[in-house]
Design a protein around this ligand. Structure first.
Ligand code: ATP
Ligand code: MG
Length: 253
């Protein structure tokens, strides 16, 4: 597929994508269009290829079949330089936060501003302060990440992910390892950021409650297939037994 005029809509489009590791098919002929300016949540049990889907979208892995189109670019066809340019339009919040442990919170948030965007120090400092306030953590910039709670670390990771004003932010399990109240506060922060910045958020989670709190769109991956995909209310009202089983936490799924 070329990058010509008739580009499909959507921040991210998967068009008949198949991805295997060895002889194990992880994503099996998956197609969907993830809209821009909304929060799309990908649900599914462990090992169903949720993280793999993000890896394809950011060009960290390659599919054998089909096309992955991100912000109008066919990811697999990009030269390395173009891919790096495209990646600057994404923010990533990794499952474990992936903060640098030996530098301060402020330096963590400022890292992409200083080293990727090459902003001058005063500009970095001002933006870091602004981001700390945005995520509800004014005043903690001087601490190292180990002096923060798990929920605070997620907030710092979110601040770093949006530092370069990306168009798409990928969240891999933003509420994993958090207690229910802290999870709810991260969900609220995600909603506030989404409403304020109008970005495209793609969130991976096992947490059905969290999906209910933040999603506009829900996709449910199961056994390599996208079993359900659409507006949250529609997917949550699904009568498909497998989708229901996951949403209702049936043990023998
Ligand atoms: N680089 C790799 N080489 C071989 N197998 C891999 C590789 N990356 C992932 N896999 C396998 O592909 C499957 C899907 O992995 P993936 O990380 O996408 O799952 P997931 O849905 O994100 O799971 P979880 O919810 O546990 O994070 C798993 O069985 C995993 O072991
Ligand atoms: Mg994963």
């Amino acid at each position: 597929m070329s990058e010509s005029a008739a580009m499909p809509e959507g921040a991210i489009v998967l068009d008949h994508v198949t991805k295997s590791y060895g002889d194990r098919v992880i994503l099996d002929d998956v197609s969907c269009s993830i809209p821009s300016g909304q929060t799309t949540v990908l649900l599914g049990p462990s090992g169903t290829g949720k993280s793999t889907l993000i890896r394809l979208a950011v060009g960290l892995a390659a599919q054998e079949k089909g096309d992955v189109i991100v912000l109008g670019k066919n990811v697999q066809s990009l030269e390395r330089k173009e891919l790096l340019k495209l990646r600057q339009r994404f923010g990533m919040l990794f499952q474990d936060g992936a903060l640098f442990g030996s530098i301060s919170v402020a330096d963590n948030i400022g890292f992409p501003l200083k080293h990727v965007a090459k902003k001058p120090a005063p500009e970095v400092d001002a933006r870091v302060q602004e981001l700390l306030e945005l995520v509800g953590l004014p005043g903690v910039g001087g601490r190292t990440p180990d002096a923060l709670s798990g929920g605070q670390r997620k907030r710092v990771a979110l601040a770093r992910a949006i530092a370069l004003e990306p168009e798409i932010v990928f969240f891999d399990e933003p509420t994993s390892g958090l207690d229910p109240q802290t999870s709810a506060s991260i969900d609220a922060l995600i909603n506030e950021m989404q409403a304020r910045l109008g970005l495209s958020f793609v969130v991976i989670t096992h947490d059905v409650q969290s999906a209910g709190a933040i999603a506009h769109q829900v996709g449910m991956l199961f056994g390599g297939k996208l079993l359900a995909y659409g507006p949250k209310d529609e997917v949550f009202a699904s009568t498909d037994p497998t989708v229901r089983g996951f949403l209702d936490r049936e043990p023998n799924l």
